[in-house]
Design a protein around this ligand. Structure first.
Ligand SMILES: [Zn+2]
Length: 467
């Protein structure tokens, strides 16, 4: 057990000159001029001490795999020639495979095995679409995975039944056919999260395989991943994995962006989760997906905690219904800074006002939480907050000026507990877990230009992490 820590001269809840005592993983005292005996001292120098941030939607193992992958989309790669050079330069894994990520059609159009072979054919290559929904394999990879005999419905086939090299929403299945099936280490991800002040994450990966779930549980227990974890992909039946550092959340359901589900099947899945007391967290990117979800929920009813993931397109006329159903929305304005220019070019003009709504959700009384969807969206919460405030794409163009949040509201989107996204922000208060972030300056200064550079130190369970 480490010695008690006394952080002196901090700003807490907007009041400067506050001391905070941390003992046994909890906030033990908050106030001016706390006694300094028998404690390690840390001078906050007037910096704000705030609760640790929760990223309400990300994908831990995908983040770790992404870190070891070749960039195949903008801004690093913008053309077929760029892609050829990037794949040629890739080291490849121990088995000689190259894993690419972030592909966008703007690089070299729709890729199948034949098209990818023209870019790289000499070793097995798999490239993930930036949506995370599809993998594109070259012929060497198609052969190595035995795709022709694959029985997964996500294996796309041509008229003659030959695999095209495109595999939809079949990550777990595909992984079983790859040479390296072990989940990657989360140690580096934990350190990266701590550097941003993130002390708690919600892993939104659907239908976690037992070995993936076990790896996450083990990483939280060993401290390799110091953050608390809330799991949406835990199966509806299975061993109870909850611990002080790991909780099981709503049940993740994906309504694919292409090919909508049958309404009865969706309603049955929701009802099955509700029957065992699990709310649902439903991936809704398109207008159609949201509308079908609302019909299903009208049918089977909602329970507290049901949530919409992404809400990329929320038609105005659905706001009242979403509010009446008691749904919360976990969204990612960070996509606006990463992909805003694409949206302005590709999204139907009539849909643009509905894109990644924030302000109108708050005004409608719909609980709103922010998140990254990393590795598919930018992880840095301070960048996501800035995007929620200015809604600027890379070129500076603004997407939906009327949907802007204030920086304080955006921060609140990260301060609610993982178990209550969009709920009341946590506070630095006596008895609270010592999941804390010390900033370099007062909160108002930091929020004037949100940046991860403002993070001075992060604690989870009272233990200092990173910076
Ligand atoms: Zn996601």
């Amino acid at each position: 057990m480490t010695a008690p820590l006394l952080i002196v001269n901090a700003e807490v809840d907007g009041i400067s000159g506050i001391d905070v005592r941390i003992e046994q993983g909890r906030v033990a005292a908050v106030g001016p001029d706390l006694p300094r005996e028998r404690a390690d001292l840390l001078d906050a120098k007037g910096g704000a001490l705030i609760p640790g941030l929760t990223d309400h939607h990300l994908h831990l193992h995908a983040m770790a795999a992404d870190a070891a992958s070749t960039r195949c989309g903008p801004p690093a790669v913008r053309s077929a020639d760029d892609l050829r050079a990037a794949l040629a330069a890739a080291t490849g894994d121990a088995a000689g495979w190259v894993r690419g990520v972030g592909y966008s059609e703007s690089v070299a159009g729709d890729l199948d095995a034949v098209a990818l072979d023209r870019i790289c054919a000499d070793r097995p290559v798999r490239i993930q679409h930036r949506s995370g929904a599809m993998w594109m394999l070259n012929s060497a990879a198609v052969a190595a995975t035995g795709l022709a005999s694959g029985d997964h419905p996500g294996v796309e086939r041509d008229g003659a039944g030959i695999p095209t090299g495109r595999v939809w929403r079949a990550d777990d299945w595909l992984r079983t056919r790859l040479p390296t099936a072990k989940p990657p280490s989360l140690t580096a991800i934990g350190a990266r999260l701590a550097g941003f002040g993130i002390t708690s994450v919600t892993d939104a990966t659907p239908d976690l395989l037992p070995e993936s779930q076990q790896a996450i549980v083990a990483a939280t227990m060993s401290g390799a991943l110091p953050q608390r974890v809330h799991l949406l992909g835990a199966p509806l039946t299975g061993p109870d994995v909850a611990s002080p550092r790991l909780t099981v959340g709503p049940y993740k359901i994906v309504i694919a962006d292409s090919g909508l589900p049958e309404l009865p099947a969706l309603a049955d899945t929701i009802a099955a989760a509700h029957a065992v007391g699990r709310p649902v967290a439903v991936h809704c990117v398109s207008r159609e997906a949201l509308l079908i979800l609302l019909v299903a929920l009208d049918d089977v009813g909602t329970i507290p905690g049901d949530r919409i993931e992404h809400g990329a397109l929320v038609p105005r006329e659905t706001l009242t219904r979403i509010r009446a159903l008691g749904l919360r929305i976990v969204t990612q304005p960070g996509f606006l800074c990463d992909r805003g220019d694409d949206y302005l070019r590709d999204v139907e003009p009539v849909d643009l006002p509905d894109l990644y709504r924030c302000r109108s959700l708050v005004d409608s009384g719909i609980p709103l939480a922010l998140s990254s969807d990393a590795p598919y969206g930018p992880l840095d919460p301070w960048r996501v907050m800035a995007a929620a405030v200015d809604r600027r794409a890379r070129t500076g163009a603004v997407v939906g000026a009327g949907e802007r949040l204030t920086a304080a509201e955006a921060l609140d989107g990260y301060l609610a507990p993982a178990t209550d996204p969009g709920g009341a922000p946590r506070r630095v208060a006596v008895g609270a877990a010592a999941d804390l972030v010390l900033l370099h300056g007062p909160l108002a200064d930091v929020l004037a230009t949100p940046s991860a550079d403002a993070v001075r130190r992060t604690w989870t369970h009272g233990d200092a992490l990173g910076r």
